[in-house]
Ligand binder design. Sequence first.
Ligand code: ASP
Length: 304
Amino acid sequence: MVHGGAGALDNVQNQATAIRYLESLRGILEHGRKIMELGGSALQTVEACASLLEDDPLFNAGCGSVLNENGRVEMDAAIMDGRDLSAGAVAAIENIANPIQLARLVLSESEHVMLIGDGAMKFADHCGMPRTPVSYFLTEERVEQLKQAQRKHKMMLDHDDTEADSEDQKYGTIGAIARDPEGNLAAATSTGGIVNKRMGRVGDSPIVGSGVYADNETCAVSATGYGEDFMRTVIAKTISDFVYMKDLDATQATKAGIDYLARKVRGRGGVIVIDKDGNCSSGLTTKKMIHGWIEHGGQTTVRF
Ligand code: ASP
């Protein structure tokens, strides 16, 4: 399963744009299918799919990341392996084309779970990951979006014409989750965060248990939405706990998690979930979420 953000998606009312979003997700899902057919693990599949989503400027991650209050891109990402709960995360990083790949290196090449800011960049240098020039990230559209937010003295969310306190927002983070034929689960989430966010603000995406979670005994989860709501409800782990403690399937656990998110903090956003048996589910409190899935190796479905 993959997602490319939740919200009202007012910016994709235009049919040509909507098709671009859906076709992008479809292509990435097909790519994921091929990796698995060639014997790739769930972890390899989510890293590859998340990287492709980061490479598509339509989404708020990697090259399409939104700008912070200083007009800079600060990105967060995390990846988790359900086999042994190993995880890698990076936060507030700049000049890295694929933050999810740096998160994967934190998982496999460091003894830590999360590295941030300068330390994460030093680790990237140590791993030989190239620095990408700022021009790669600074699109005219993102600069205009920041100006608009600053004119309104608001923090705005990606691809959104409305204001931060409106319900009609889009949160453009990307996510990929997978279960491989061996029954291994993995999850990846990557984001530029929120337009005009404070320097140093870290959202839910790189926080294990909030924006990302995977445990072979329960499920894999990736979230998108107003990060602060997800951090306060630890939403991804909450959904996993519903599976673990109440023996719910993906659909039931997603519903329980979304109900909890709405009831406790009136949380805004959505999640994608695959349970240990390979059932796919999604839930949201916003009007829409761009997402897609291939269930049990069947057909590819993409939708808002
Ligand atoms: N969850 C992300 C954050 O708060 C935003 C998003 O989903 O677009 O940083």
